[in-house]
Design a protein around this ligand. Structure first.
Ligand SMILES: C[S@@+](CC[C@H](N)C(=O)[O-])C[C@H]1O[C@@H](n2cnc3c(N)ncnc32)[C@H](O)[C@@H]1O
Length: 151
């Protein structure tokens, strides 16, 4: 993971937004979001956002990350996730994976609105967070386009 991917520009913007909204209990962390160790003491959370990830990783890593969502999210908690709708449209598969890991579908954007957002609620029993694991690795654009061309 290059330091470019752990972009302090992202977290500077997040910090600005947090300040502007007066959210004094929100901590902004510049770190590798793929490592489960980052969530020690924070998980399980009521709300987990997996936004801007599923369009940049392999299918195997999407499913793997969804598996970890069942450790990151408290029973009764919610995961909000995003994934573009370009071919191959993986939104149906992502829903299947969430629902196979103990989540109920709350809402998924329509296929023709130009974006993909889903909301899943965790209804299964709590699982302990497995530390020392990497959930995903951002793939290079060329790797994903070659994969999608063959899909
Ligand atoms: C597609 S953008 C999404 C940005 C934002 N989350 C959104 O949904 O609009 C992906 C961002 O994730 C960052 N990134 C990639 N791998 C990361 C990692 N392992 N940990 C933290 N950030 C990462 C990249 O620098 C990039 O800015």
């Amino acid at each position: 993971m290059s330091s470019k991917r752990r972009d302090p520009g992202n977290t500077a913007l997040a910090q600005q937004a947090v300040r502007a909204a007066g959210l004094d209990q929100v901590e902004v962390v510049t770190g590798d979001a793929a490592l489960t160790d980052q969530y020690r003491g924070v998980a399980p959370a009521d709300l987990v956002l997996v936004c801007g990830v599923f369009g940049n990783v392999t299918d195997e890593d999407i499913e793997r990350t969804i598996g970890f969502c069942s450790q990151l999210c408290v029973t009764g908690g919610t995961v909000i996730w995003t994934r573009h709708r370009s071919a191959p449209d993986r939104v149906p598969l992502i829903c299947d994976w969430f629902e196979g890991h103990g989540f109920d579908r709350q809402w998924v954007s329509e296929a023709d609105v130009g974006f993909g957002v889903g909301v899943h609620r965790f209804t299964a029993g709590q699982r302990p967070l497995a530390l020392g694991e990497r959930m995903f690795t951002f793939a290079e654009y060329v790797v994903l386009s070659e994969r999608d061309a063959g899909a």
